[in-house]
Design a protein around this ligand. Sequence first.
Ligand code: PAF
Length: 284
Amino acid sequence: MNTVENIKDLRAQVKAWRMQGLTIAFVPTMGNLHDGHLALVKAAHRYADKVIVSIFVNPMQFGLSEDIDNYPRTLAQDKASLISVNTDLLFTPTADTIYPKGYGDNSYVEVPNISDLHCGASRPGHFRGVATVVCKLFNLVQPDVACFGSKDYQQLQVIQTMVEDLSMPVDIIPVEIIREKSGLAMSSRNGYLTPEELAIAPALYKTLQWLSEELRKSHQPRDYAALVMQASEQIEKAGLKTDYINLCHAQTLAPAMPNDKEIVILAAAYLGKARLIDNLPVSL
Ligand code: PAF
């Protein structure tokens, strides 16, 4: 696996592959890779001849109160993991490479409405940072397809909307959530959890499963508000602090309406130093 840090080397490799008629799949990451990321790389291999992974801890998607300096950086370990899944090229740009003028003065991509809901309400500006860096990475890598994990369900919808709205020539491939045996969705943020907190954390997914069952059992008109309140109480009783738990339309992520057939439960909760997110699509 070749690693490049600058745009010139990245473009040279992409051009060489294009001249050979090869297709390219892309997996953008912030590093500290786990099996969920490796599942994205494995999926990417099914869609293209070459797989490029980027590792870039994007300052633009972190809020002022969020600790970007302590975000886990494990490059040597990440490289070994990427080699084990036959990654063809790793792109590790610096912040100066991505934002030469500083990201405050950078042009940006705003995906309206959907970016302000759920995690966007708790983390103002987060999805502007995500959409901007993903757009920039797409322009640099020019992939045919790009793979994103379904754990970040809202991020996936924001990116899908950006790609459609701006007619970007890339297919977005959602890859299913990889979970620990306990049900906890794999995430770099799980590394912040103590052993005691790791025992509590699976309650988030268990509650989503409970809520999904209740939704399927109950008949019209479903009392969404009461069910969500009970779910939130279950999360708190287990020892987490609910940030939000919302029932939404599966694509627009607007509040679910009584007649919606495809909905998704989105949830975020605090546990120790971590903010955990999870989701569960439900067909009614
Ligand atoms: O999901 C992530 O790791 C990040 O939000 C992404 C898509 C790499 C953009 O920085």
